[in-house]
Design a protein around this ligand. Structure first.
Ligand SMILES: Nc1nc2c(ncn2[C@@H]2O[C@H](COP(=O)(O)OP(=O)(O)OP(=O)(O)O)[C@@H](O)[C@H]2O)c(=O)[nH]1
Length: 351
């Protein structure tokens, strides 16, 4: 939070030191050519070399560095505006200074800051023009052109590097957010939306290549009673325990998700019914045999429905519905068992 608070000042300070310093160097070359008065030199030196550090000091002392930095940015523009008449409207450095000052405002990402800076820039320019009696000498000598080059190149590179860093940081944070959005916070398994996306992809692959896949829906038996008897925290422990068991039993290419409440959903890529049943039985048996250290009397079982991917499933819903139908068949048949869709001709798969 504190870091965020100082992000803008830290971003702007080096750019200001470089931009204002190089701008002042250009202005000094012009002043040298025009034999400017000492007061004009003093103003340019203060604006270019003293102001950037004074601005940093003011920001650090401020209780609201963000707001102080916005004010400093507006002062930057006013200084640039004043430099234009001080340089007797020398065309190239004037255009460059005003443009780069605008670039600084835009690169902060603060909406329309460049527009807000225009009145101050114009007012300072008019004041300096009035003070200087507005002498106009727009032609730029080769010496002035050469003095402009470092400002153009270094400032442009500095702004690019800071934008690059910002973009990298934003894309890192986006990746992190994306990852967090995929994961169910309680179990660490995939959340439903991401899991359904994976199921859609598996169906697409099946349509293209005929690759087999099975879908497993798994529900804790009598979970409401566990919650009612021992409380929701213990209920959560049971959900987490089952998710660990699931994670330990599935293969590396499978996709295990929490479908909602005490219901889990597992996409078994490339698996036929035999492989899917084997995995389901392992989960069911491990769940049944699990004992909790803090609750010796607590045990739980799970019911599992499996559906093999069929070409006639028009959507994910059809496939999930088939696995769900098998799960409810397992519930109806007494729980703690595995049922298949389409139903197997073999004996039901229970303990
Ligand atoms: N502790 C805990 N409970 C939850 C969570 N999500 C849902 N539940 C509870 O899980 C219970 C789900 O119960 P049901 O699936 O309807 O029924 P059941 O008791 O498991 O019975 P059967 O499924 O028919 O065997 C409800 O009481 C929900 O309040 C959770 O994240 N943590």
């Amino acid at each position: 939070m504190a870091d965020d608070f100082h992000r803008l000042p830290r971003l702007v300070y080096p750019l200001r030191v470089i931009g204002m310093g190089l701008g002042a160097v250009v202005a000094m070359v012009v002043l040298y050519e025009r034999d400017a008065a000492p007061a004009v030199w003093a103003l340019v030196v203060c604006g270019g070399f003293v102001w950037p550090h004074l601005a940093w000091w003011l920001t650090r002392r401020s209780s609201n560095p963000q707001r102080a930095e916005v004010r400093n940015l507006l002062v930057d523009s006013a200084i640039a505006g004043a430099f234009v008449p001080l340089m007797q409207f020398n065309l190239l450095p004037s255009v460059l200074l005003v443009t780069l000052t605008m670039v600084d405002k835009i690169s902060t990402g603060i909406r329309l800051l460049w527009l807000q800076s225009l009145p101050g820039m114009l007012a300072a320019g008019l004041l300096a023009a009035w003070w200087m009696n507005a002498p106009m000498a727009p032609e730029s000598s080769m010496r002035v052109v050469l003095a402009c080059l470092p400002m153009l190149v270094i400032h442009t590179l500095a702004v690019s590097v800071s934008s690059y860093r910002l973009i990298r940081q934003v894309s890192r944070q986006n990746r992190l957010l994306d990852e967090l959005g995929r994961i169910d916070p309680l179990t660490g398994l995939y959340g439903r939306a991401y899991w359904e996306q994976q199921v859609r992809d598996a169906q697409r692959l099946h349509a293209e290549t005929g690759a087999p896949a099975c879908l497993m829906m798994l529900d804790i038996d009598g979970f409401k009673q566990i919650n009612d008897r021992l409380g929701h925290t213990v209920g959560d422990d049971v959900i987490c325990t089952l998710s660990r068991i699931v994670r330990g039993c599935v293969r590396s290419g499978d996709c295990a998700g929490r479908y909602g409440g005490d219901e889990f959903a597992i996409l078994l890529r490339g698996a036929d019914m035999d492989q899917a049943q084997e995995i389901a039985q392992r989960i069911r048996i491990e769940a049944e045999n699990h004992r909790f250290r803090d609750h010796a009397e607590l045990s739980f079982t799970s019911s599992i429905g499996i559906a093999a991917l069929q070409p006639h499933y028009a959507s994910t819903r059809d496939w999930v519905a088939a696995a769900d139908a098998a799960l409810y068949q397992a519930k109806r048949a007494g729980r703690n068992r595995v049922e298949l869709r389409p139903p197997s001709r073999r004996a039901p798969l229970s303990a």
